[in-house]
Design a protein around this ligand. Structure first.
Ligand code: 6PG
Length: 473
C-alpha cells in the first residue's frame, strides 16, 4: 500500500472535516487520535473516502505511514496541548519532517515553537485555517507561515483542499515563523469588528425602528444582493429568519445577549496597541463583547440609570434611513478593514515578514468567515497600490469613503441622540475624521506634557525651541 502524503493528529470537528477534505481531493492521509475509538469510528464513517485514509492506533504506526519528509497537521485545542503533542511526536520524527499547527494559535507561541525546532532538523508551520466546520470540509482559506521550503512540501495538498475564488485557490505562503497565525489573528479581529458593526445596525433596526427579527432579516437579505454581499450578511439574514423550535418565537429573540470570545480578537487589539497602530474598530468590538458578558451589571445599571431617551427615536423617511444604514455599514466596514490591514503592514516590518497585502486580500475572498465581494475590491486596490499607507487613501476606497461617510455620520448621530450604543460604528467614523485631518489637537497634549513633565515638543515653524514659557504663566 502506498504511503500517505500527509498526516493529521486530532479528529475533533475541525480535524475530522479537514481530513475528509484532504482525502476527498485525492490525497492519501494518515490519521491519529489520542482516543483509539475516535480514530476507528472516524474511519468506519468515512464511506467511499475510507480507502484514502490510513487509520493509525499508535504514534509509531502513524509516523511510519507517511511519506518522508512527513508533513503532520496538528489540529487540537490551542495552547499547552500543542506543546505536549509536539514533544510526544518529536522522538519519532526524522530530519525534514514538518509539524503543522492548524489551530488558532497565538502567533507568539508559533514563533517560539518555530525557533525551538530550529536546530533539530525538524521544521514547523503555523497555519491559520478559516471557514469553520463547513470550510474545513469543503474548502477553507489557509494562511501559511513557515519556511518556504516546508511550504513547497505541502503546497499541492493545501492547494487541492483550499476554497477557490474564480478558480484561484485561497491559500498562500505568507512568510516565516508566525506570519500565518498572525494574519489569521487579524482576520479574526476584523471578523469581530464586522460582526459587531452588523449587530449595532441590527440594534438600530430593532430598538430604534422597532422592527421584528423577520423584517430585519429581509433588510439584510436585500443588502446581501448589493455591495454588502458577504458570508456574514448572508448568515445574519438566515439567523434572523430562524424560528425557535421550543417557543415558536424568532430564535434570535430567545438567545441571551452575552457574547463569548476565545482570544483572537483580543490578541489583534493587543498587538495593534503594541505597535502603536490604531485599530479602534477591533478594540471597540472586543470591548463590546466584554460589556455584553456583564449581563447582571447591565441589568442593575438599567434600573438605576434608565435607558436614554429611547422612545424618541424619530425617522422621517424610513426607506432613506435604511439606505443610510446600508451605506453606513459599508463605510464602517472600510474603516475596520483599513485598520486590520494597517496592523498587518506594521507587523510585517516589525517581524521582518514582507506580508503580501494583495495576496492576503486575495485568499480571504472565499472560504473564510469574512469572505465577500468587498475583499475582491481590496485585492484590486492593493494590487494597484501595494505600498499604500492605508486602504482608505487608495483611489477606489477614497472614493467609497467619500460616498458613504455622510451616511455613517447621520446614522451615528441618530443612534447617539436616540441612546443606542454604536461603539464600533462610531469608532470607524472617529478614525476617518482623525485620519483625514491634517491639523489635529495633539499640539495641546504636547503642551500639557511639556507643562507638567518638561517632555518637550516640536514646533510648526521648525525653530529650535522645544519648551513652553510655562514658568511664567
Ligand atoms: C474562522 C473563525 C474561527 C472561530 C473563531 C471564533 O475563521 O473560521 O474565526 O476561527 O469561529 O475562533 O472566535 P471566538 O470564539 O473568539 O468568537
Amino acid at each position: 500500500m502506498s504511503q500517505a502524503e500527509i498526516g493529521l493528529i486530532g479528529l475533533g470537528v475541525m480535524g475530522a472535516n479537514l481530513a475528509l477534505n484532504i482525502a476527498e481531493k485525492g490525497n492519501r492521509i494518515a490519521v491519529f487520535n489520542r482516543t483509539v475509538e475516535t480514530t476507528r469510528k472516524f474511519h468506519a464513517d468515512a464511506g467511499e473516502l475510507k480507502s484514502q485514509i490510513v487509520p493509525c492506533e499508535t504514534i509509531e504506526a502513524f509516523v511510519a505511514a507517511i511519506r518522508p519528509p512527513r508533513p503532520i497537521i496538528i489540529m487540537i485545542k490551542a495552547g499547552e496541548a500543542v506543546d505536549q503533542q509536539m514533544e510526544a511526536l518529536k522522538p519519532h520524527l526524522a530530519g525534514g519532517d514538518i509539524m503543522i499547527d492548524a489551530g488558532n494559535a497565538n502567533f507568539r507561541d508559533t514563533m517560539r515553537r518555530f525557533d525551538a525546532l530550529k536546530d533539530t532538523g525538524l521544521t514547523f508551520i503555523g497555519m491559520g485555517v478559516s471557514g469553520g466546520e463547513e470550510g474545513a470540509r469543503h474548502g477553507p482559506s489557509i494562511m501559511v507561515g513557515g519556511t518556504e521550503e516546508s511550504y513547497a512540501r505541502v503546497e499541492k495538498v493545501l492547494t487541492s483542499i483550499a476554497a477557490k475564488y474564480d478558480g484561484e485557490p485561497c491559500v498562500a505562503w505568507l512568510g516565516e515563523n508566525g506570519a500565518g497565525h498572525f494574519v489569521k489573528t487579524i482576520h479574526n479581529g476584523i471578523e469581530y469588528a464586522d460582526m459587531q458593526m452588523i449587530a449595532e445596525i441590527y440594534g438600530i433596526l430593532r430598538d430604534g425602528l422597532k422592527m421584528t427579527a423577520e423584517e430585519i432579516g429581509d433588510v439584510f437579505g436585500t443588502w446581501n444582493r448589493g455591495r454588502l454581499n458577504s458570508y456574514l450578511i448572508e448568515i445574519t439574514e438566515k439567523v434572523l429568519e430562524a424560528t425557535d423550535p421550543l417557543t415558536g418565537k424568532p430564535m434570535v429573540d430567545m438567545i441571551l445577549d452575552k457574547a463569548g470570545q476565545k482570544g483572537t480578537g483580543k490578541w489583534s487589539a493587543i498587538e495593534a496597541q503594541n505597535m502603536g497602530v490604531p485599530a479602534t474598530a477591533i478594540e471597540a468590538a472586543v470591548a463590546a463583547r466584554s460589556i455584553s458578558s456583564m449581563k447582571g451589571e447591565r441589568e442593575a445599571a438599567e434600573k438605576i440609570l434608565g435607558l436614554p431617551s429611547i422612545g424618541e427615536f424619530q425617522v422621517a423617511d424610513r426607506a432613506a434611513f435604511i439606505k443610510d444604514l446600508e451605506n453606513a455599514l459599508l463605510a464602517a466596514k472600510i474603516g475596520a478593514y483599513a485598520q486590520g490591514f494597517a496592523v498587518m503592514s506594521a507587523a510585517s516590518k516589525e517581524f521582518g515578514w514582507s506580508l503580501p497585502m494583495p495576496t492576503i486580500a486575495r485568499i480571504w475572498r472565499a472560504g473564510c468567515i469574512i469572505r465577500s465581494q468587498f475583499l475582491d475590491e481590496i485585492t484590486s486596490a492593493f494590487t494597484k497600490a501595494p505600498d499604500a499607507a492605508n486602504l482608505i487613501v487608495t483611489p477606489a476606497f477614497a472614493a467609497m469613503v467619500k460616498e458613504t461617510d455622510g451616511a455613517l455620520r447621520r446614522i451615528v448621530s441618530a443612534a447617539v441622540l436616540g441612546g443606542l450604543p454604536v461603539p464600533a460604528l462610531a469608532s470607524a467614523l472617529g478614525y476617518f475624521d482623525s485620519y483625514r485631518r491634517g491639523r489635529g489637537t495633539a499640539n495641546l497634549i504636547q503642551a500639557q506634557r511639556d507643562f507638567f513633565g518638561a517632555h518637550g515638543f516640536d514646533r510648526v515653524d521648525g525653530a529650535d525651541s522645544h519648551h513652553g514659557p510655562w514658568g511664567s504663566v
